[in-house]
Design a protein around this ligand. Structure first.
Ligand SMILES: Nc1ncnc2c1ncn2[C@@H]1O[C@H](COP(=O)(O)OP(=O)(O)OP(=O)(O)O)[C@@H](O)[C@H]1O
Length: 306
């Protein structure tokens, strides 16, 4: 079930902010949603959380249509909007109570869920404070707590770590990872490391169109016509025996005592190189298969249309 988006389009005036986009996020998956500024991420998320109607196409959240069953969708989904609107004059506990009540919780269940969220989101020491007195990181935790108070099966988080310091980023990522074990999570980000650290799969949107939908590992090898291995030795070596290894196409110098070994796609020559170095008595100090960086891939996929 999770999230199923089919042929979604959102038009503002003449601009197609989301242009015939289709993807699914399966139950229990954590999927990263990437795209340059203005690509259509927030618009897609707002439609999936019933904050905006689609111009055309269908969006189902756990099988419920956002247009036909918005109440059901709101019950099933927790949403952290990009600008995390909070009532700054409310106390943390009071605010979570308030949101819980809006979701129909009451009595001991409301108490229990509020306590649970305060604990889960690391808000225990701040729970008596006014939201306006909290740092950005703690406000973001309150945003996550309100998104999860009704125990939704699906979480949609719009740039959950934006503006946080490096420690808070790590903590919020850890929290998303923990809750993501039991929930379907779609989150947007501009941070590529976040995608590697958190996601099973990545979606990339550019100018309203989906340009990639892939597992992170596959994405890193996308478009690769060859395998590249970086080998570093203690001294210069004769590249001839390396060139003679099956699959090796070229050997290029890559710095002091370093060589880039280029082989046919899919060949993993690391153990052969290791054995060769040992046979020739070459002290090998580093051996690494080079991957596409997500940053480079992101640029390639989103630059063309600029
Ligand atoms: N209410 C609106 N009226 C008109 N245009 C809008 C409206 N909301 C968004 N847009 C436009 O739709 C496009 C997509 O915006 P959206 O906020 O979905 O992008 P985004 O990928 O979330 O960007 P960012 O990473 O900067 O948050 C942008 O060009 C934006 O200006």
């Amino acid at each position: 079930m999770g999230i199923e988006i089919k042929d979604l389009t959102k038009v503002y005036g003449t601009q197609h902010a989301v242009d015939h986009v289709s993807f699914t996020v399966g139950t229990g998956e954590i999927v990263g949603f990437l795209g340059p500024n203005g690509a259509g991420k927030s618009t897609t998320m707002k439609i999936a959380t019933c904050y905006l109607p689609p111009s055309s196409g269908t969006v189902l959240v756990n099988g419920h249509d956002v247009l036909e069953q918005p109440k059901e969708v709101r019950r099933q989904v927790g949403y952290l909007p990009e600008h995390n609107p909070l009532y700054l004059d409310m106390y943390v506990r009071e605010y979570l109570h308030f949101v819980g009540k809006l979701h129909g919780l009451g009595g001991s269940q409301l108490q229990a869920r509020t306590n649970e969220m305060i604990q889960l989101c690391g808000l225990t020491r701040e729970s008596h404070k006014k939201i306006g007195a909290l740092s950005k990181g703690y406000r973001q935790r309150v945003g996550l707590a309100q998104a999860m108070i009704h125990d939704p099966a699906v979480l949609i988080l719009d740039e959950p770590t934006t503006g946080l310091d490096p420690n808070q980023i790590v903590e919020i990522r850890q929290l998303i990872k923990e809750v993501g074990q039991a929930k379907t999570v779609l989150f947007s980000t501009h941070i590529m490391q976040e995608v590697s650290a958190l996601c099973d799969r990545v979606l990339i949107i550019n100018q309203g169109k989906l340009v990639a939908d892939s597992p992170v590992a596959e994405l890193k090898n996308m478009g690769r016509q060859e395998t590249r291995i970086l080998a570093e030795f203690e001294a210069d070596v004769n590249p001839e025996p390396i060139l003679a290894l099956q699959g090796v196409q070229r050997v290029e110098p890559a710095g002091v005592h370093k060589y880039r070994i280029i082989a046919s796609a899919g060949a993993d020559l690391r153990s052969s190189i290791f054995r060769l170095a040992s046979d020739h008595g070459w002290p090998l100090v580093g051996l690494q298969q080079e991957e596409n960086t997500l940053e480079k891939l992101f640029q390639d996929l989103t630059r063309a249309a600029k």
